[in-house]
Every structure is written in structure tokens, then in C-alpha cells.
Write a protein that binds this ligand. Structure first.
Ligand code: SAM
Length: 280
């Protein structure tokens, strides 16, 4: 498959035509008028990665993002992490995503939560970032690189758009020592759209494009578990039992996907890593 074919297949995997209506119905089902929904109420659905809001908050803490900083979220999905960062810190976040339906949904949710001044969406590919050199203070990505086959080009593009002294903050699924992995998983129905590198290969590539490591932890390291266990400074429960459905974006295959993620972890086929790097 060419990169273009892979990207079409990846955006087809994530996007569905009635996604906006499905999310609106889910919000109404909880007695909330959609335009009144809050960033906190959306958190179980729109922080679309394995550790959800806790993972987003741990990475935000590690990256020490400040008010007014310009952040690019590559593969930012429907923008849950971006809205968390913007509403908590007051930074400006540009969400770049390959799936057109996600950009449309993300813009609507951002409008409803009153954050359009701080969060904007751009449809495009991480392999060809439509931004000038050094235009961002922070490059952020969570659970998107698994779908990207050309990692050297991905990390070169990331390095290009971060200013010297800026940071690269990542939280990703990586390859464990035992391959192949079991499918379907939330990011791919089969192996044609899944491209995982090991933690060591990933760190090596990031360093090769001009980053210095500040922090790095995998799910085997107690530091990561400690970071995830930190209480939310806003004290917001991610999902207070009757919150929005955290499996909504995975669709009907969600339970099988979640089972496979668990099994892949237990069998050493995948692992998770969180890292922050400084652009030299
Ligand atoms: C599992 S979702 C994670 C979304 C978001 N990072 C979050 O944590 O909520 C993966 C996202 O990566 C995006 N993606 C995959 N390949 C991409 C690429 N080549 N360029 C840009 N986005 C991509 C998908 O469209 C999808 O929105």
C-alpha cells in the first residue's frame, strides 16, 4: 500500500458519517443540552487514548505547558486533550488530524465549550505538516503515531515545526518484544494500518532529529504510574459512574478492541511510553 492508500484507510477506520449525531444523542441521553456541555463532561469520550483524562493530565504536567504557549496536537482527534489544555492553562492549541469527520466534530464541540478563540482544527497529515518552521512552542501527540508508517519523516516534521528550546510531548503505544499483535485494536482493524516501533527505536529516532530527552517512562516504570495517580488539580471526576460512554468512538467493535489491548499488553506485544523532549 502507498502512504496515500494507508492514510485513506486510517481515516476510514476512524471516521463515520453520523458521528456528530451519535455524540449529540449520547450527550442528550445524559440530560445535557448539547450546546451546554462542558469540557469535563466530554472528557470520557474525547480524550481518545488508553489512559483517557489521567493520561492527558500526566503528560500536561510533565510538559509544563504555560499560558499563551502555542501548542500543536498532531493526530489530535476530536480535540479533547486540546480543550483540556486550553481551558486549564490558557494556551493556544492547533489540532491537526487526518480524519475530516473528527475535525468537523471537534470544531462543534469546541464551539459548544466556548473555546474557539483558543482551539482550532486543521485537516491534514502528520507526514506533511502545513505549518512554518519553528512555529510552535510545544508539539504534543497522544496515540496517533501507531497509524503512521514513515517514522523518520514523522519525527523530522515534528522537529521542523518546534522552535529551538521548545518541547515535544508524547504518549504512545509502542511495540513490545513479542510480535505480532492481536487485532482489532482501537487504532486498526488489521496489520495494514498499524506500525509500531520499540521504545528504543522510538527514542533513537527522536534524538536523531534534534531532541534532548527530559523525561521518559514506560508502563513498566513506577514513575509513570505515580504520574497517573496524581489527583486532578480541578478535582473533576473523569467519569462519575453515569458519565458519557468512554467506548463511544470505538464503535460496536469496542469491547473486542479493549480486550485485545489488554491481551497484547499482558503478552508483551505492546507497551505504553510517555516522554518529553527539548528541541536543540
Ligand atoms: C486514537 S486517536 C487519538 C486522538 C487524540 N490524540 C486523543 O488522544 O484524543 C488517533 C488519531 O490519529 C489520527 N491520525 C492517524 N494518522 C494520522 C496522520 N498520518 N496524520 C494526522 N493524524 C493522524 C487519527 O485520525 C485519529 O484522530
Amino acid at each position: 500500500m502507498t502512504y496515500e492508500e494507508i492514510e485513506r484507510s486510517v481515516s476510514g477506520h476512524y471516521g463515520w458519517s453520523d458521528l456528530m449525531e451519535t455524540i449529540e444523542d449520547e450527550i442528550r441521553r445524559h440530560g445535557i443540552d448539547p450546546p451546554e456541555v462542558t469540557v469535563a463532561q466530554l472528557a470520557p469520550v474525547d480524550n481518545y487514548h488508553w489512559l483517557r483524562l489521567a493520561g492527558t493530565l500526566a503528560l500536561a504536567d510533565a510538559a509544563a505547558i504555560g499560558g499563551g504557549e502555542r501548542v500543536l496536537d498532531v493526530g489530535g482527534g476530536i480535540g479533547g486533550p486540546a480543550r483540556q489544555l486550553a481551558s486549564r492553562v490558557g494556551c493556544h492549541v492547533t489540532v491537526l488530524d487526518l480524519t475530516p469527520e473528527y475535525c468537523v466534530v471537534g470544531e462543534r464541540l469546541t464551539e459548544w465549550t466556548g473555546l474557539t478563540e483558543l482551539v482550532t482544527f486543521v485537516h491534514g497529515s502528520a507526514l506533511d505538516l502545513p505549518f512554518p518552521d519553528g512555529g510552535f512552542d510545544v508539539l504534543w501527540t497522544q496515540h496517533a503515531t501507531m497509524n503512521i508508517p514513515d517514522k523518520p519523516r514523522l519525527y523530522s516534521e515534528i522537529a521542523r515545526v518546534v522552535r529551538p528550546g521548545g518541547r515535544f510531548a508524547m504518549f504512545d503505544v509502542l511495540a513490545g518484544p513479542h510480535q505480532p499483535i492481536h487485532f482489532p485494536v482501537p487504532w486498526a482493524s488489521d496489520q495494514t494500518c498499524s506500525f509500531l516501533l520499540s521504545p528504543e527505536q522510538t527514542r533513537g529516532l527522536i534524538s536523531d532529529v534534534g531532541f534532548r530527552e527530559i523525561t521518559w517512562a514506560t508502563d513498566e516504570d513506577p514513575e509513570l504510574h505515580a504520574a497517573l495517580a496524581k489527583p486532578d488539580p480541578l478535582g473533576e471526576p473523569e467519569s462519575a459512574g453515569d458519565g458519557l460512554n468512554p467506548g463511544l468512538l470505538n464503535g460496536p467493535e469496542g469491547p473486542r478492541m479493549a480486550e485485545n489491548v489488554q491481551r497484547n499488553m499482558e503478552e508483551g506485544r505492546i507497551c505504553f511510553a510517555m516522554g518529553v523532549f527539548e528541541r536543540l
